[in-house]
Design a protein around this ligand. Structure first.
Ligand code: NAD
Length: 292
């Protein structure tokens, strides 16, 4: 396939490189002038998109996606498919789907989980929204860049799945960290705590697969000085998207709201920026109970 790839950052560059390695003809563009191994480089998004069967975007947020889509959609060939893999608000995904449909193009929103390690290894999980025919066009590319793709429903459903998943992740990570901090103060050994919880009803991905306590459980960023991994500011971005969506849909999400506020404090007022989101454990462990 002839593929335009726009947004060659930490995630986009290795994803584009994997598509090139698999034999696809990739033309990449990034506003910062970055490139991807095996891909030709264009001088604009429109140039990367011209004549492509599929255009993939991997951009920082919904506002940038909307502006790139406005530039790129008129340059795309009728019948081609725009696949956005960025994590953006559900509204922007649906707005870009409408723009694409009006121009006779397909659209799939397909945010990912798996981080930069998954992008490099080609083991991402894709959560996709859009028409079945458009999903079918993108599916072989998801297979190269990832290990699993779930077609979640119409346009926006991929973003909805992503922010619901990450809202659970943010909340369970905080719950796991505050339980370790409480265990410390109760004199309970962290390894014993892990042995019990990881095989009891408090188990979760945060505890079992990504344990926030150093030297306990499988290797995780906690064993590497909380170097990300999944940075606290990216968790904050996703929690904010979940709360923006909850507000728009009139959904009551009290724990998601609290998690967003706590990560905002950690990232914007404390030392959380640039640390893994599991560094919530040393933060909580160092604190006393606030006065009531
Ligand atoms: P990044 O900042 O490294 O990459 C984004 C790239 O987009 C940058 O290189 C930037 O120069 C480029 N860009 C910005 N505006 C542009 C424009 N108008 N035209 C062309 N290029 C433009 O970010 P990333 O870590 O690669 O993340 C990309 C997306 O993936 C984000 O939406 C993020 O939330 C999501 N995501 C990231 C991770 C992760 O672990 N990094 C995991 C899952 C999802």
């Amino acid at each position: 396939m002839k593929i335009g790839f726009i947004g060659l950052g930490n995630m986009g560059a290795p994803m584009a490189a994997n598509l090139a390695k698999a034999g696809h003809e990739i033309t990449g563009y990034d506003a910062a002038g970055t490139s991807a191994a095996g891909a030709a480089t264009a001088t604009s998004g429109a140039e990367a998109a011209a004549g492509a069967d599929v255009v993939i975007t991997m951009l920082p947020n919904g506002a940038i996606l909307r502006s790139v889509a406005a530039e790129v959609i008129p340059a795309m060939t009728q019948g081609a498919v725009l696949v956005d893999c960025s994590t953006v608000d559900v509204e922007s995904a649906r707005a870009v789907a409408d723009m694409a449909a009006k121009a006779g193009l397909g659209f799939v929103d397909a945010p990912v989980s798996g981080g930069t390690i998954g992008a490099e290894a080609g083991t991402l999980t894709f959560m996709a929204g859009g028409g079945a025919a458009d999903f079918d066009v993108a599916a072989p590319l998801f297979e190269i860049m990832g290990q699993k793709a779930v077609h979640c429903g119409d346009a926006g459903a991929g973003q909805a799945a992503k922010i619901c998943n990450n809202m659970i992740l943010g909340v369970t990570m905080i719950a796991t960290c505050e339980a370790f901090a409480l265990a410390d103060k109760l004199g309970l050994d962290r390894q014993k705590m892990f042995d019990v919880v990881s095989t009891s009803s408090g188990y979760s991905w945060s505890m079992n697969a990504y344990c926030p306590a150093p030297e306990i459980g499988p290797q995780s960023p906690a064993d590497n000085g909380y170097k990300p991994g999944f940075a606290a500011e990216l968790m904050l971005k996703d929690l904010r998207l979940s709360q923006q969506a909850a507000e728009g849909a009139d959904a009551d999400t009290p724990m998601g709201q609290l998690a967003a506020a706590l990560y905002a404090q950690f990232v914007e007022e404390e030392d959380g920026k640039g640390r893994d989101f599991s560094a919530m454990l040393p933060r909580l462990a160092a604190r006393s109970r606030p006065a009531t």
